[in-house]
Design a protein around this ligand. Structure first.
Ligand code: 4AZ
Length: 339
């Protein structure tokens, strides 16, 4: 949400038959104040608008008053307005990180097929309609991916992007206007393996195509945190690329562990992070490169914390996947995209 929207707003959607609040929170600072944009989505059993409004009002005021010791909130500010299902969906789809609802679960070597709207930021980078790399949608016009995806060709005109869970048919296609590689990246090396790609025309956000959240520089990812990697990469080294997007659940491995002599012996730098299992079996593989490693934060809002970068083989013991650490390059992303 941008700074021109109300500092505090809420939204009620009608017509569904169960109760499931979702909270969207973004905080920004203006002058000396820290302000929060909050969007709440409720679903109710009742269709009586007045009963719903009074119930929501009660919940909002009770919860915010309870929390006042932590955040000083002016409880007169939340207001309710009726919006159509279409308007509500539009508001929700413009937010970031709304994807798979946990809990539920599985190398993309040994993963499982993803459901339609679970990973709506996932994109496929293609040359002549052939999938080469994954990428993540971070705004209507920008994708985040790995720099090494362009070792083969850096000319934006040869690349196209597809969205949707199947490569064929694609849900949406776009051409590429420009490709910006990290200045530190050198082909066939692993440092600075990050790039941003600008689309020629913006995507139209929908429940199946929208952006992932970018973590702040200080967003902490801890060893053992549960993360997901998604992509159309091979199910085994030199294997074929599946047509349907796949996902696999992994765990973050500390850089210390990942740099042990029997693992990567010091090759994992502070701009990288490892995810997977030292026992093998679950991993990203060829063709997943550039794709997102995401973590669910604050009630199923997904943040892209890694970019599939490198590894020795796929799903091998003591050789987990290595990812570009997004927080390390957060300022670089901002400097190139203003996001
Ligand atoms: C690749 O060649 C590749 N197992 C991607 C990820 C991994 C290995 C290779 C991690 O694109």
């Amino acid at each position: 949400m941008d700074d021109s929207s109300n500092c505090f707003s809420s939204c009620v959607g009608f017509g569904n038959n169960y109760w499931s609040p979702r909270l969207f929170f973004s905080i920004w600072s203006s002058n000396d104040d820290l302000k929060a944009d909050v969007l709440l989505k409720f679903r109710f059993v009742s269709r009586n608008a007045n009963a719903i409004k009074s119930q929501v009002n009660n919940i909002l005021h009770q919860n915010f008053e309870l929390n006042e010791s932590f955040l000083k909130i002016n409880t007169s500010l939340p207001y309710l307005r009726d919006v159509s299902e279409v308007q509500a969906e539009h508001i929700l789809n413009s937010g970031c990180g709304l994807g798979k609802e946990l809990p539920s679960m599985d190398r993309i070597a040994d993963g499982k097929i993803s459901k339609k709207a679970d990973w709506p930021w996932q994109a496929s980078l293609q040359i002549d309609g052939t999938h080469f790399c994954g990428a993540s949608l971070i705004s209507e016009k920008w994708l985040l991916t790995a720099a090494h995806c362009f070792d083969i060709n850096k000319n934006p005109r040869v690349w196209t992007v597809s969205f949707g869970t199947t490569l064929s048919p694609a849900l949406m296609r776009r051409e590429v206007q420009s490709i910006v590689l990290h200045e530190k990246y050198a082909p066939h090396k692993h440092d600075g393996d990050i790039a941003v790609v600008k689309l020629s025309t913006p995507v139209t956000f929908s429940s199946n195509v929208h952006r992932v959240c970018l973590p702040d520089t200080n967003f902490e990812v801890m060893p053992e945190n549960k993360v997901f990697v998604t992509g159309w990469g091979a199910l085994s080294p030199d294997g074929f690329y599946p047509n349907s997007l796949r996902e696999v659940e992994l765990k973050i491995i500390s850089n210390d562990k990942c740099n042990q002599v029997d693992v990567y012996g010091g090759a994992v730098s502070s701009g990288m992070l490892c995810a997977g299992f030292l026992t093998g079996n679950h991993d990203a593989c060829e063709g997943d490169s550039g794709g997102p490693l995401v973590i669910s934060h604050n009630r199923n809002i997904w943040y892209v914390v890694g970019i599939v970068s490198w590894g020795i083989g796929c799903a091998k013991e003591n050789k987990p996947g290595v990812y570009t650490k997004v927080t390390h390059y957060r300022d670089w992303i901002k400097s190139k995209t203003n996001i």
